[in-house]
Design a protein. Structure first.
Length: 245
């Protein structure tokens, strides 16, 4: 279990450990966060009767969590994603404030090669995901998005925009780092991995965890209660099943 290792070092450390060890290796800041984000989006899109492939997604924060979320979403049907850092959008020819991880993800995202600030990228977007800094998103920016957007503003301890401001600006769903927390993901993921006696945690296992969490999310709530042990048991069973198939 890896925790609090910053990008880009976290990617090389995880890859090296996975290659050299015969036990599961899991960086919670990356994959735990990605699972609960994906679960939230699955649940939110179902409530709004929308599909992943129809969504324009803007992610603020191009570190460990932002890049892991991007890769997880791409594996689950989201194909229009713009990743932003403090210098604006990542695009294939950008050279300013780039590292190996950013260069690689820039080639796989931003299909229209949009150059601009976070505010400019949010214009017409359906989903905002924030894993960056406090107060980066205003009500006006939310209003510039597509109708009834989904706002996942998860910067800790203070979000990019408050839940109240996002809802007042027209969001269909809004959450922060307290309501969308990876504490809901890793207990079931780890238990399911151990139940299956798996020696690695695959993308299929992570996607199964996200789908189960979305399925268990009550209507009107973003995600289930992470204090409910039954939730973790059901996630574990879904993960173990995915590991064995």
């Amino acid at each position: 279990m890896l925790e609090d290792i910053s990008a880009p070092d976290c990617f090389e450390i995880e890859d090296t450990l996975r290659a050299e060890l015969d036990i599961p290796v899991f960086h919670d800041d990356q994959h735990g966060t990605a699972v609960v984000v994906l679960a939230t989006l699955f649940h939110g899109l179902e409530q709004e009767n929308k599909k992943p492939e129809e969504m324009k997604v803007v992610i603020s924060g191009a570190g460990a969590a932002g890049i892991a979320i991007t890769k997880m979403l791409q594996k689950n049907g989201f194909n229009n994603i713009i990743l932003c850092d403090r210098n604006g959008s990542l695009y294939s020819e950008r050279s300013e404030n780039m590292n190996k991880a950013k260069l690689e993800i820039a080639k796989l995202t931003n299909p229209d090669n949009k150059k601009g600030t976070l505010a400019e990228c949010l214009d017409g977007a359906n989903i905002f995901i924030g894993v960056s800094s406090k107060g980066l998103v205003s009500k006006e920016m939310v209003k510039s998005m597509a109708e009834r957007p989904l706002i996942l503003a998860m910067a800790n301890p203070d979000a990019e925009i408050t839940i109240e401001d996002a809802l007042e600006a027209g969001a269909a769903l809004a959450g922060d780092g307290k309501t969308i927390n990876n504490a809901l993901g890793f207990p079931g993921i780890f238990k399911g991995t151990l139940m299956a006696r798996a020696n690695s945690i695959t993308d299929e296992m992570l996607s199964a965890a996200a789908k189960k969490l979305a399925e268990l999310s009550p209507k009107g709530a973003i995600l289930p209660d992470f204090m409910d042990n039954n939730i973790h048991q059901q996630v574990a069973e879904a993960v173990a099943n995915a590991a064995n198939n």
